[in-house]
Design a protein. Structure first.
Length: 292
């Protein structure tokens, strides 16, 4: 097929129809169901207006905590993954022995299933027989032993730490590609002018990596807002509602037959993602052309 040839507009109709049927229509139907009393306990479907939204935002329920946990999870993991990924990427582009081996080891966790990672760390973080607490006791640091996944004060931090461990290698790989795309001419000029390693990073590497960091930020935000499997496999939202995120809440609402509330939660997050996506797109457009 000639790439330079201009094809008729109707060539896109098939793709457009598939997109509408598979994505747009289900989204619109989901939003519509959030204004009804759809449930497994009734064959009738009645319009109830914004009652489901009132339920979600009511202080009598824990739905707002789910949304808050989701946003906090997204914020923390996005920042930490980007910072650690950047640090590892800078280190892994230096002359280090067994460089490819180290890159592979750091990258490997991200190709593992989140459910498998959750099962492994559920065992590692077990307060009684888990590897972490056992190791701490073995070296005389009994005071640092914690109920990592059963203490409501630290369980969510433990979940975020596991997710960061799993995902930072993926971010590192993307940033490495960005660093390797930077022309060495900039660094040669900086060396001639007497610039040290910090100057090179601050005034060359970091500014030219902004488009790459914008991409990694978008990827992390998208993943964070729809996180489910890591939380579900580690804590199932517990203890209590300490680690409950939006999509574990949606999963449980559908499991209980409260379909309308489940779709309402999904609609709220859809609107949040639209707002965040709008600013992300604007940020990407602003960083498209970075001048040194």
């Amino acid at each position: 097929m000639n790439k330079k040839q201009i094809y008729p507009t109707y060539f896109t109709f098939g793709t457009l129809i598939l997109y509408v049927v598979l994505y747009v229509l289900p989204a619109v139907m989901g939003i519509g169901y959030s204004f009804t009393d759809w449930s497994a306990y009734s064959d009738q479907l009645n319009f109830v207006g914004i009652e489901n939204f009132k339920t979600v935002f009511s202080s009598d329920y824990n739905y707002m905590k789910m949304i808050g946990n989701t946003l906090w999870f997204t914020l923390v993991t996005t920042i930490v993954k980007n910072v650690l990924g950047l640090a590892l990427a800078v280190l892994m582009t230096k002359q280090v022995k067994l460089l490819n081996f180290h890159r592979t080891v750091i990258y490997l966790p991200c190709i593992l299933s989140a459910l498998i990672v959750g099962m492994i760390f559920k065992s590692v973080l077990n307060p009684k027989i888990g590897l972490l607490n056992t190791a701490l006791r073995a070296i005389g640091l009994d005071g640092l032993c914690q109920k990592w996944l059963t203490d409501s004060k630290i369980a969510f931090n433990s979940v975020m730490a596991v997710d960061i461990w799993k995902g930072m290698g993926y971010i590192m790989t993307i940033i490495i590609a960005g660093i390797m795309a930077i022309s060495p001419v900039y660094y040669e000029a900086a060396a001639i002018d007497g610039g040290n390693a910090w100057h090179c990073f601050r005034y060359i590497t970091l500014p030219l990596l902004m488009p790459t960091l914008t991409v990694t930020t978008v990827l992390n935000v998208i993943y964070g807002l729809k996180v489910f499997d890591t939380v579900y496999s580690l804590t199932n939202g517990g203890p209590g509602y300490a680690t409950e995120v939006l999509y574990t809440g949606v999963y449980k609402e559908f499991g209980l037959g409260r379909y309308a509330v489940g779709t309402t939660l999904s609609t709220i997050m859809f609107l949040v993602m639209l707002v965040i996506g709008y600013f992300m797109i604007r940020s990407m457009a602003a960083n498209e052309d970075v001048e040194l």
